[in-house]
Design a protein around this ligand. Structure first.
Ligand code: AMP
Ligand code: TRP
Length: 328
């Protein structure tokens, strides 16, 4: 079985876009791959974090992923900082990575331009990410567009290391992107941009932990058009097409089936059905979330994930030390 690994930044909020675009696919993929999912808290601290918030976000995010259907029996679930070998391996890889490579990374250039004072961690961030991946000899790393360059660097580092010290790392397959060519969930108020947690106008964004009334209001006031016809045409009808996409992702109905279902009906009736479906899915997730967040299940899962991955990571770290001539 091929190995798949996903790192998640503990950012605190998850949108309906994240759920339909990425988490639902992870739930499908857990059947097909030997899956590793971890919270990248060491990556989070490359920019300033409030310690109390950070710790809360880590736990909330794990609870939310479990509530969304990530199965602890089918995934290794762990926190990056609880496995100290990630940082140890990262140092060894840093010494096999060029400053020039890191300073050319788009994310580093963007983030470092925004601040006059930024941490050295912001520069070495992609090497830690390479360590996260290479430690486990992972085959597949599904990432969004913004992380593509980092994954390519991880491949370069692995290839270089293998050449210099002999076969040590499996080279991960080139990027599969969840963003793909698929239709992204768009902002409800401005369907020309994607639904994103960082949007200014919160009326266009649905959060997974949002209450039902608020979700209904947002969907009922979503931007549409004056044509009064429910059919998929993202170019001319971006608002309605977005709602069709959301409805289709949840119900697994095709665009044609949805068109037939709402023939002759008005947008209000259609929006009501979309809202009902979104609320149904979101409240199921919230119910599970509320159960999990106050149980000791999360600690058990994380202990297991930590112990399992630490063993593998320790072996890899010892192998690297051996190859590089470190220690006795
Ligand atoms: P982000 O929250 O932007 O870091 O995205 C995390 C993952 O969620 C990405 O890999 C995307 O594939 C997915 N994602 C984020 N926003 C959307 C969206 N509006 N529609 C579909 N997928 C999304
Ligand atoms: N850098 C990734 C992000 O911001 C998170 C991440 C850290 C990651 N390590 C990883 C993703 C390893 C995939 C593989 O989204």
């Amino acid at each position: 079985m091929k190995k798949m690994l996903t790192g998640l930044q503990p950012s605190g909020v998850i949108t309906l876009g994240n759920y339909l675009g990425a988490i639902k696919k992870m739930v499908e993929n857990q059947e097909k791959y030997d899956s590793y999912i971890f919270i990248a808290d060491l990556h989070a601290i490359t920019v300033t974090q409030d310690p109390v918030e950070l710790r809360k976000n880590i736990k909330n995010l794990i609870a939310l992923y479990l509530a969304c259907g990530i199965d602890p029996n089918k995934n290794k679930i762990y926190i990056q900082s609880e496995n100290e070998y990630h940082a140890n391996v990262s140092w060894l890889l840093e010494c096999n990575t060029y400053y020039g490579e890191l300073s050319r990374m788009t994310q580093f250039k963007d983030k470092s331009l925004k601040h006059t004072n930024f941490s050295a961690g912001l520069l070495t961030y992609p090497v830690l990410m390479a360590a996260d991946i290479l430690i486990y000899d992972v085959d597949i790393v599904p990432v969004g567009k913004d992380q593509k360059q980092h994954l390519e660097l991880a491949r370069d580092i692995a290839i270089r290391f293998n050449k210099k010290y002999g076969e040590t790392f499996k080279i991960p397959e080139p990027v599969i992107s969840f963003d793909g060519n698929e239709f992204l969930v768009k902002d409800l108020q401005n369907p020309s941009i994607k639904m994103s947690k960082s949007s200014e106008n919160k009326k266009g964004v649905i959060m997974l932990l949002e209450d039902a009334d608020s979700i209904r209001k947002k969907i009922m006031s979503a931007t549409t058009d004056s044509e009064m016809s429910v059919h998929f045409d993202p170019k001319n009808k971006p608002g309605i097409s977005n709602l069709i996409h959301i409805y289709s992702s949840i119900t697994n109905k095709t665009y044609d089936e949805i068109k037939d279902e709402f023939k002759g009906k008005n947008y209000g009736e259609f929006k009501k059905c979309v809202a009902d479906e979104v609320i149904r899915v979101v409240s199921e997730i919230q119910e599970k979330y509320n159960k999990i967040i106050n149980s000791d299940e999360i600690d058990k899962i994380l202990d297991e994930g930590r112990d399992y991955t630490r063993k593998i990571a320790k072996e890899k770290y010892e192998l690297l030390k051996e190859k590089m001539g470190l220690g006795r």
